[in-house]
Design a protein around this ligand. Sequence first.
Ligand SMILES: [Zn+2]
Length: 263
Amino acid sequence: MIDTHCHLSDKRFDKDRPQVFDRMRHAGVTHAIEIAYGPGIWERAFALAAQHPNLFLAVGVHPSEAGRVPMDALATLRDHARHPRVVAIGETGIDYYRDNAPPEVQERWFRAQITLADEVGLPVVIHQRSALEPVMAILEEMRPAAGGVLHCFDQDAATAARADAIGFKLGLGGVLTYGHEALDDAVRTAPEHLLMLETDSPYLEPEPRSLRRNEPALLTRVAQRLCALRGWTPAEAVSITRRNARELFRLPIAAEPAATESA
Ligand SMILES: [Zn+2]
């Protein structure tokens, strides 16, 4: 499996990060994409990726950071975006749920990152909360050339179809185990090329939410739920979601995990 969205640079992993990577490997999560969502995290994420060859990076400015980051940070972001381990721009988008920067500030950073993604030929990782319509409207207007992913997808089948129409995939994580009917229906009926797995570690632990911190090894819980919804075997879920992640992020990895990788 590939965890397409995590935050392993987070301080909540400072006390046991090596064990987190061990458990990840034992659970069969061969690779992960670390989302470096602001200037305070970019350097830390590059250092972590230097230690872990199975970690790829997305670099961007999260909507919650947009108010604190001056637009001239875009030059540094552009430099980082050209690093060989960087496979996406983001997470970016709009968040009206938290008390964030004003809409126009969030939107300025969002549009700038889509433009940057097109310039460097990378897909975009989208975060939205309480802002589905404005986010979809901007994506449908700007049509990022390399597509992207609606991270933490928790919407219905109609939204999945809109994503597909503009070359976007769906990031399925802990929320899939929370029993939302419209989401279950969307995942049951979506074309299989849309489906990817993610944890958003340390956030959004899948059911039974017993550890109060998410980590990549818990991706197995999401994969189980995906299998139940699609009628897939675990091997099918791994192979389909891995292929989708590999294709979207153009990951330089084998199509099927090697026996040693998943041991
Ligand atoms: Zn995230």
